[in-house]
Design a protein around this ligand. Structure first.
Ligand code: C2E
Ligand code: MG
Ligand code: MG
Ligand code: MG
Length: 285
């Protein structure tokens, strides 16, 4: 601490990181009981087809209703669950619940056409030896068709994976489950590597769609998205864009040939009933 002002700032930073360590510690401690106590819930965010505006499905996003801290987002507890291993039972619960919900939507005819549900898979779940068996068991018990399930895996979780490590995903893909590469473009994967992955969808990270918020759109972002869409379509992959917040963005992305969009412009993540209202509104208009 050479300077008084600097010292002051350091004290603040220390107190702050102490608080974070304590918070992290106490959250980690109550994670296992939280699962038993039913404190987790899922919000669903619609995925919308850019060509005709119909709802194609929804992504399941987990939340934690903490008895003291209120609703916590996944960024606040997924890393803790990942480092303690709790992500495996938690992820299994999300899959089970989302599959049950998707089956119910389908039975209710919640939207025209076959509705699908997207579920995020963490790196530990990917490496877990029971992944394929448990996923098959969930599909069987929920009665959900494999093609109604899309598992989202981040690009970073797959970078460097060899054929052996990809086998479970390939088995799931062979069963008809859709695999999406989430946050695409934020990792440093070799593009030719895409050919080796059993994926059918690229989810383009929000950072690429930000430049489309204004008209005219950022010309460099336009070129990048154009390039990715053309590569994806050449490889028979469909392109989903995340973080669509304005109609201008949606229109740019539609013209650029993106297939599906997700974002606040259409709907924020919400309770499962909201999907019903949304598609009814669509059908009525
Ligand atoms: P993700 O899979 O990339 O999910 C998209 C995130 O973007 C969600 O954040 C969503 O609420 C947010 N988002 C959607 N539309 C917009 C928009 O128009 N603008 C902006 N600024 N944001 C938007 P959320 O719900 O906080 O989830 C964060 C991340 O947590 C997810 O990123 C996913 O990686 C992870 N996650 C969520 N649920 C699960 C889960 O059940 N299991 C695992 N392993 N990870 C999960
Ligand atoms: Mg995702
Ligand atoms: Mg994503
Ligand atoms: Mg993302």
């Amino acid at each position: 601490r050479a300077k008084a002002a600097g010292g002051n700032r350091y004290e603040l930073a220390d107190a702050d990181s102490d608080a974070r360590v304590i918070a992290r510690h106490s959250l980690t401690n109550c994670l296992p009981a939280a699962l038993d106590n039913g404190e987790f819930f899922i919000e669903y965010q619609p995925l919308v087809r850019l060509d005709d505006g119909t709802v194609r499905g929804a992504e399941a996003l987990v939340r934690w209703l903490h008895p003291v801290h209120g609703v916590l987002g996944p960024d606040q507890f997924i890393p803790l669950a990942e480092s303690t291993g709790l992500i495996v039972p938690l992820g299994h619960w999300v899959l089970q619940e989302a599959a049950r919900q998707a089956r119910a939507w389908r039975a209710e005819g919640t939207c025209e056409g076959p509705l699908r549900v997207n579920v995020n898979l963490s790196p530990s779940q990917l490496r877990h030896p029971a992944l394929v068996a448990e996923t098959v068991a969930v599909l069987d018990s929920s009665g959900l068709d494999p093609s109604a399930l899309c598992l989202e895996v981040t690009e970073n979780a797959l970078i460097g994976a060899d054929e052996e490590e990809l086998r479970p995903l390939r088995q799931l893909a062979d069963l008809g489950v859709d695999i999406a590469l989430d946050d695409f473009g934020t990792g440093y994967s070799n593009l030719s590597y895409l050919r080796r992955l059993p994926v059918s969808t690229l989810k383009l990270d929000r950072s690429f769609t930000r430049g489309m918020q204004r008209a005219p759109a950022d010309p460099v972002d336009v070129k990048i998205v154009e390039g990715i869409v053309s590569l994806a379509h050449t490889l028979d992959l469909s392109v989903t864009v995340e973080g669509v917040e304005t109609g201008t963005q949606a229109e740019h992305l539609r013209v650029l040939g993106c297939d599906t969009a997700q974002g606040w412009y259409y709907a924020r993540p919400g309770p499962p009933e909201r999907l019903h209202t949304l598609s009814l509104v669509d059908a009525a208009s």
